[in-house]
Design a protein around this ligand. Sequence first.
Ligand code: BGC
Length: 870
Amino acid sequence: MSRNNQSEHGSESIDESRRTFMKATGAVTAASAVGVGTNTAAAGANEDDITELIEELSLEQKVGQMTQVAIDDLGEGFGPETAFDDHDDVDTLGQLLAEHHVGSVLNGGATGPTFDGEEFVAGLNDLQRYTVENTDHGIPFLWGGDALHGNTLLDGCTSFPQRLNMGATRDVELVEAAATHTGNEIAAMGGHWIFGPTVDVLRDMRWGRYFEGHSEDSMLLGELGRARARGFQRNGRVAATVKHFAGYGTPNTGKDRAHARTSMRDLRTRQLPAYRRALEEAETVMVNSGAVNGKPAHVSQWLLTQVLRERYGFDGVVLTDWDDFERLQSNHQYLPDTPDGWRRAVKQGLEAGIDMHMCGGETPPTAFIETTIDLVESGDVSEERIDESVRRILELKRRLGLFDQPCVDEDEIGDLVGGARDVSERLAKESLVLLANEDDVLPLEGTEDVLLTGPGIEGETPNRFLMQHGGWTLGWQGIEDGDLTEDGPRPRQNTIAGELADRLGDRLTHVPTEFEAAPYGSIYENFDNGFFDVTDEQEAAVVDAAETADTVVVVLGEGPHNEGFGDRDKMRFPEAQRDLVALLDAETDDDVPLVGVIVAGSPRGTDETFDRLDAVLFAGQPGSDTGVAVTDALFGDYNPSGRLPFTWEANVGHVPLFYDDYPPRQSVGAADGMVQFEFGHGLSYTDWEYAGLSLSTPAVEDPASTSTVTARVGVENTGDRAGEHIVEVYNTEFYGSVLQPQRRLMGFERVALQPGESATVDVELDLATLEVVPGDVPGDQAAVVEAGEYELSVGDETTTLTVENEASITDPEPAPGRYDIDGDGSEDFEDVMALYRRLKRRKRGESGRHESGHGRGNDRGGERGHEWDR
Ligand code: BGC
């Protein structure tokens, strides 16, 4: 069905009910002005209509719009009469929407009240119809959820490869195609909001959300984030979310929601630029649950207003993360755990720039609603501030077409669930990274007797597939949160065991070893992300099969996990897996290749195990098409082309050793001992050679006006197999006014060549990747590309790019707030005067003590402004 048809169908019933509502009340409501009940986009609202609507809303109704409520604990299905069990303050979903005017609901953790697509749509339509009919202004609610690697909320879904896999492909278009499909599914489900892309720079494999972040490289991450946001939003009916703004990806010591390990310079040249790229597309932002430089992000005016709004010009909706006002008291211990502490949390969050609060398991919706109303009524927060947020929220609803088409066709979802198989399969294949391949033991001939072993079957329940999907798949911590039921939901999928059996028939012996996913438990017991074991019988079967096998394939890795429950303190494989590999090594002849396939969302494995393996394929968490992708790669039907999107340290003690850190990344001469595999590492079954790196222009006069340069390089497939290859151009040497990373990725391009074939490949280089913050320790000057000679490299080919004049590409201003002398959140004339007086006093030799002692929090900034004037 076409979009026009859906629009007509979807709005018909509402149209009818709105007419009934308006007849009954005899009122022409502001909602009619914004087009509820009309059935063409042309009759839709404009900005003036939104202004009119806001004028008509009561304070309660406005604050309701700013409230998002998790409706997770619903049992089967959902509708207006469904009990709201998450908190005691509201009885039914209908009440939540009609009496408390809640503007948005979410199903967190990639699960809804039903796994059936059509049931889902029917429930959501029902609820939406009820909301429009039973509220004064008929404003539809926004539904949001975590469709983070596909629409992994429905039975039979396509689970696209996880974000880390996406980073390995460097295939921006394909990643966008997957996101487009996801956005279409969410729209067809009646949803409006995807809480992705995640654009948090990755650096620490101990972090339980490592699998989510795409890459440790800011540019690659930002490009993929932007493409995914564009894909999600392509149909115009769904909003994407850039999260978690900002600095969430580098929590200290890898503990989820800890304060960020970063510096001002790092934040401004590596972390913020990634979000900024994705913000070019995304309509909404979710805030970092952690703190940056000692300030919780949720109350940071600097991040949420000065940087995000004023500097980046972002005017979309800013959403808290789950219960994050409460977390200011519990997690951060930033405010006391008292009613007053909670009130201050809400106040500071609103002042910092939050538009909508996500009420999860800890925050009863009325707690946020009543506190906000009280803050306004007592004059602590202005109603204008509230109106500002409500405008953004209503504008979003208008842009997404909610006023025109609040409900959707119930038949549309059926055809989409489990679709885009070609995209998923290709993405899975491109994401495989061949780490090692001694003596070219891979690919296999296809005629071997193969022993397949490793974590696989527990009891009667086949669960190898839990590892291949990871978190946010039909469950927060993975499918059914790792606790499988016989008739529970499953993604559309194929497995390594299944595909190998299909190809090898009797020549495959499969000895699955014990694996129990225990996402909530393993953090407390062993930090292994699951429990792994090899029973005596399994050991005996392995020994037996090893004797006759021509090749052994051993699957290694980690179970599904998510957020804090996924945090770990190990990089090496769990003991049972290490022992299994040692056993295989001992029980096989030297000429029997041992092939390791790592199924994990992080760099799992150390040389203790790698040294025993002849070939290692890092599969990541490739999702639905893991079986086909891995098997094709093992047999050479697909030639691996993925490159690591992260640095694989030699062991956990060296974490973090990200590739573009300042030198020295490790003690002099110790690189080999500290890094197992470098960022960008990835082997192929064929050989690649480069020739003649040149630039479209060897010298750039002004990077502000010429911010890209094209590199051209000859690439030849000199081996005897067809293959794909990612050409990466790095800046490898530069001496500037501050430390420079030893390598910086500036651009990449994928090429496919037959054996003996060569091509000239053009790679667009983004000079913004060269920006640094000059100056001394504060790191607050404007970021610039410094003048000088930059060595650029592709493999061993090098050339020089000369930058003739220093210039800013992304932002010519110093760090926001640098001139905010009085700390009131704006840089204005008052600050100039204050600075003038400060300098004058300093000249007279007076102490500036009281001037610099202004550290007590944003809410006192205004008062301090007066102090300065005295
Ligand atoms: C996560 C977010 C997610 C939200 C809703 C939070 O715990 O940090 O990334 O979007 O839950 O499920």
